[in-house]
Write a protein that binds this ligand. Sequence first.
Ligand code: PEP
Length: 249
Amino acid sequence: MARRKIVAGNWKMNKTPSEAVALVEELKPLVASDDVDVVFCVPAIDIIPVAEAVKGTNIAVGAENMYFEEKGAYTGEISPAMLVDAGVKYVVLGHSERREYFAETNETVNKKVLKAFEHGITPIMCCGESLEQREQGVTMDFIRQQVKVGLQNVTADQAKTMVIAYEPIWAIGTGKTATTEQAQEVCAGIRACIAEVYDDATAEAIRIQYGGSVNAATAPELFTQADIDGGLVGGAALKPDFGKIVNYK
Ligand code: PEP
């Protein structure tokens, strides 16, 4: 069965609650689609107003992070139950910015992935190499480790429902998109890794996005590669261009 495409916007630390609602209103008609799952991953404080604003549309709300404990003395953190209660369906985990600035590791990402599944939230688990790693020829070794550790103790049935976002760090926010061949090659490598860890059926079911400076011009070719099932989009998710990316066909 063909995998359904999924295009998610990662708003990062942009938009106040009132600005977020205004952006949703602007994008709503532009991202309408019967063919593609559309997700707006927004800052924690924007989740409740955005969830209200997208009611009755095809847009699902995602969070940009989540803690792996149920509740308690973790000042400043957001629990999975809080996200579920606010209407969140997806959560971005292990984004390279969180790995770089907030000490996320493959192990903490794994704890968060497991916790998201416990609460019925779909993880969008990010992976991707630095420019140095690409130049050293260790891209796939590095990504395989991120994927394998990130998925430890995740069952095949759970893995089938999740999303992996391949985001080369050198392409995020730089305006430098990976070539279609580079993106397809790594996404195919991730699928092969899933087949090794689980089985072919799981590898065929899991959705793998490309992320890194995707725009309206690059989306059509990227999203029609055999192993690329949509995109995780940063900068362009805050603009009307996001509608063109969702409707890339
Ligand atoms: C991202 O934040 O996940 C991302 C891919 O950003 P950009 O599209 O701006 O490179």
